[in-house]
Design a protein around this ligand. Sequence first.
Ligand SMILES: Nc1nc2c(ncn2[C@@H]2O[C@H](COP(=O)(O)OP(=O)(O)OP(=O)(O)O)[C@@H](O)[C@H]2O)c(=O)[nH]1
Ligand SMILES: [Mg+2]
Length: 473
Amino acid sequence: MTDEPSSRLPELAVDTIAALATAPGLSAIALVRMSGPEAFRVLRALTPDQDDPAPRTAALRSITKGEGGDLLDRALVTAFPRPDSYTGEDMVEISCHGGWLVPRLILDACLAMGARLAEPGEFTRRAVLHGKMDLVQAEAVLDLIEGRSKAQHDAALFQVERGLSRRIAELREQLVTVEAYLAHHIDFPEEDEGPVTVDRVVDAAAGLREALEQLLETAPEGELLREGAVTVLAGPPNSGKSSLYNALLGEERAIVTDVPGTTRDALESVISIGGFPFRLVDTAGLRDSDDRVEELGIEVARRYLDRADLVLFCVESPGDLGSAEREFLAGLADVPTILLRTKVDLAPGDRASEDPQDGDRASLANVREIVDVSVVDGTGLGRLQAILPELVYGGLVRTGASVPALTRARQSEAVRKARDQVVAFMEALDEETPVAVASALLRPAETALEELLGVISTDEILDRVFREFCIGK
Ligand SMILES: Nc1nc2c(ncn2[C@@H]2O[C@H](COP(=O)(O)OP(=O)(O)OP(=O)(O)O)[C@@H](O)[C@H]2O)c(=O)[nH]1
Ligand SMILES: [Mg+2]
């Protein structure tokens, strides 16, 4: 531990930040962390008359309020001299007892001794500013914390380990190659068979466009992976929606009765099915109702259906599929739907004869599968759990989540911008626009990829990335 500023890093941040890195509440241990030029001085103030801990080695210390104040706790402290720390700055971690009081008192002591409370995401933001990680990795740090399913975890970890960053860097390289070919071509315009023909430039640009396109195709599934696919249980009253909701959740969350119109408000839970995240929503049964509360519940159901990624439409038997339901299903337009025939334990045997007839197919155009289910004997639940990931995350199910995939709007916007510029460039060449003029179209593509990685970044870009973070990260 030294007060000498390291010559290896520019001093970008002037102040020292502190925050609770663990969630407040009852826990055995909590972590208070500090980062910045004053971090070691503040630690000394909190641990008077005690040795500085050896770098990167946990040491047990009595933590006081500072400058001879009250004892607050005995805790493990670790000092990380820059640049070998998460942020790249001098950092201190204090692992103290958890709960409501101790971590708060220690944090207050850090603040009283000169640190300032960190903004959301500020530790990671400093890590980016000091070149410890790029922006895409920083976003993945957040995904890693927020992930609730195996696929989310795999994808976030892959991205933290630069999987996506490498892919974007390769695309940027490809772009620089096109620009280099172009420069060559401009330098030797007379040589028809010169070092680089226009064809070669066009080929390279086409390859780049294709690669950008492929990455862009990963965005819909990648973004769903972060949010969870909104999967709405809908259908007539009493058709068994809440029973299925509970069965898929593995707990009795929703009220189930034989009274039609039991569910009023929508219930939502995030669950992992086959390792993929789903936001399962139980809704009020759809019917014309005079009951004001039920009516409102049906309104809520419709709003969920408007933004559903997938609908599980429950009917007791296809015979129940009245014109209202048919109309409703047709109205779901292109939301993939699974038609669930519920309570099959009540009518055992072959129900194929009850399959919707051919004439029904038009109104069932978006029905991808028909599954017989029963929550009483478990029929069809396994099949349903196998179909759901395939239907929503088919691409990722096949490739695994450890592939470069775009997981945020910010990322897909940048790649789309780059793709559009490359397309505009190719069109310009096609129209025999002077090569020097056309080449100007490539620069914004390069900027888009550089901003994506944070090679060049503005406060606006950084604010956008880090505002989603919690304090202490
Ligand atoms: N035998 C049998 N009964 C079921 C099954 N699923 C649901 N039920 C019964 O059907 C009735 C209605 O079930 P719910 O899950 O409340 O139906 P719902 O679609 O949520 O009904 P609303 O909330 O009123 O729209 C209850 O009495 C359940 O016990 C099943 O698979 N087999
Ligand atoms: Mg219900």
